[in-house]
Ligand binder design. Structure first.
Ligand SMILES: Cc1cc2nc3c(=O)[nH]c(=O)nc-3n(C[C@H](O)[C@H](O)[C@H](O)COP(=O)(O)OP(=O)(O)OC[C@H]3O[C@@H](n4cnc5c(N)ncnc54)[C@H](O)[C@@H]3O)c2cc1C
Length: 466
């Protein structure tokens, strides 16, 4: 999966490795790349969220400066990524699996590749918590979701009663968002108050589609193949229980810093956040290692604060590399790099625009034609516009198709636009990917997967017909 080094130890020593591709990681990369340090950024894949970080799971970001009308979270992250790449950041699309900060240069292992680096920026962010109730695993993705924005638009949830668990900004935002699709949204709040901003609290309480259940905890989920109801229990009185009929439960119950990788390597505080001994400075307990964003911030937790601390970390690392005489600057042939490349929106094909030879297409017209007429394996990905994981998966699938050089076709279906097709296909969340061959469904994947998984399945199909 790693794009930069081949397998094994990479001989050259990096100036700077950045781990994490949220606002903190990309901002650090933009600063370091503009300082000609040619940083290597390990984006993360599955271990602690996804490439692009937490904003990939939200819709409109209304408070990031420079976007007066707001911007979709995934679009904002696409822009940060493009800006970082434009100035020469090298991306490794993998999780960092192991660190050794006891030796210099530091070692970072990602997907089998070992990188040596003089300086390191930890921008690993945080991830959504789960409740851990008994039936959680059974109903996960069959009614329970941690991302209203990703899954709210799916047919199973539309017009159905839904619940959101949590009492902070995320819970309020998700409850308000879900009223687009359901007029009956229950907000389950453990305490007698909401811990959200005043504006958010007012918005929720004034929304006739939201019923707040104060002092209540979710303790059980029920149903057959899909979630049908939940049991709420009074937070102080376990005898007080009630059942609510809902087809969906969305968790919004806080985050845990992604610091498992760092245990025993450097100082962490009681909550597992990276310890920053000098308040306001990005320096960790190890010289040459810096932290930025939510991984070291239990208080502000905003895209702009994460970005700001990413900038601080890059500047501090740059100064330290220069003072230590370790920096090796890249030479630019042009002072101004070429324009940034942003993902393009594709139009759904019509009878007039359909091209049977195009390896990647959009819309049900293409799907029908290729399903009936093509003898090649067909990858169909069901997406929705605000779904961050879809932003991550689509380029992966496009690359699989490109790498297989005409042996397989791909079609994207936007389930917001093509509800009926999504219903017929039994789609229960986005992204869902289906592999068809000779009019039969061979395999289905939910969520983001490594390219190697798709390659394996398609190779099996082509080699053995299974
Ligand atoms: C639903 C929701 C809505 C929000 N809305 C807003 C908003 O409107 N405005 C706002 O300012 N903030 C908002 N926030 C908060 C904001 O998203 C975070 O504060 C911000 O994303 C933190 O940035 P970060 O770079 O520190 O970490 P993250 O965004 O969490 O990114 C962490 C990165 O580290 C990577 N990573 C983790 N482990 C590894 C590993 N082992 N190896 C490699 N990489 C790894 C992850 O893949 C990810 O790329 C929202 C958050 C949520 C959940």
């Amino acid at each position: 999966m790693a794009m930069v080094a081949s397998s094994g130890t990479n001989d050259s020593i990096q100036n700077m490795v950045i781990i994490g591709s949220g606002p903190a990681g990309y901002t650090a990369a933009i600063y370091a790349a503009r300082a000609n340090l040619s940083p290597l950024l390990i984006t993360g894949f599955q271990r602690g969220g996804m490439p692009g970080g937490q904003l990939m799971t939200t819709t409109q970001v209304e408070n990031f400066p420079g976007f007066p009308d707001g911007i979709l979270g995934p679009d904002l992250m696409d822009r940060m990524k493009a800006q970082a790449e434009r100035w020469g950041t090298r991306l490794v699309e993998a999780d960092a699996d192991r660190l050794d900060l006891q030796q210099r240069p530091f070692l970072v292992e990602a997907d089998g590749d070992v990188f040596r680096t003089h300086s390191l920026i930890l921008a690993l962010g945080a991830r959504a918590n789960r409740l851990g109730i008994a039936t959680e695993a059974r109903f996960w993705a069959k009614g329970i979701s941690a991302c209203a924005i990703c899954d709210g638009a799916t047919p199973q949830f539309r017009g159905q009663p839904l619940a959101v668990v949590g009492g902070g900004d995320s819970a309020c935002e998700e409850a308000a968002y879900l009223t687009r699709y359901s007029s009956e949204v229950h907000l389950v709040v453990r305490r007698h108050e909401l811990r959200a901003s005043r504006a958010m609290v007012d918005r929720v309480l004034a929304n006739p589609g939201i019923t707040v259940h104060w002092n209540r905890q979710l303790v059980a989920c029920h149903g057959e193949a899909w979630l049908e109801s939940i049991t709420l229990q009074h937070s102080q009185d376990p005898e007080q229980r009630e059942k609510l009929s809902v087809q969906g439960v969305f968790y919004a119950i806080g985050h845990t810093p992604n610091t498992e990788l760092l245990k025993g390597q450097l100082g962490l505080d009681d909550g597992g956040y990276v310890e920053l001994p000098c308040p306001g400075a990005p320096n960790t307990t190890i010289e040459g290692v810096y932290a930025a964003g939510d991984v070291a911030d239990r208080r502000w937790r905003q895209a702009i604060t994460a970005g700001g601390s990413g900038c601080q970390a890059a500047l501090a690392a740059e100064r330290w590399l220069t003072e230590s005489n370790l920096a090796r600057l890249m030479a630019r042939s042009q002072p101004e790099p070429a324009a940034a490349v942003l993902p393009q929106q594709q139009e759904a094909a019509t009878a007039a625009s359909f091209d049977p030879a195009a390896a990647w297409q959009k819309g049900s017209y293409s799907l029908r034609r290729l399903y009936h007429e093509s003898d090649k394996p067909l990858l169909v990905v069901y997406t929705s516009p605000g779904c961050g994981p879809c932003h991550v998966l689509k380029p992966q699938l496009r690359r699989v198709i490109q790498e297989l050089d005409g042996q397989v076709m791909g079609v994207e279906i936007d389930i917001e636009v093509e509800q009926e097709i999504a219903q017929q296909a039994g789609v229960r969340g986005t992204p869902t990917t289906q592999l068809f061959w000779r009019k039969a469904l061979v395999q289905q994947w939910q969520g983001v997967r490594q390219r190697s998984e798709f390659h394996r399945s398609i190779a099996n199909l082509l080699d053995h017909g299974t």
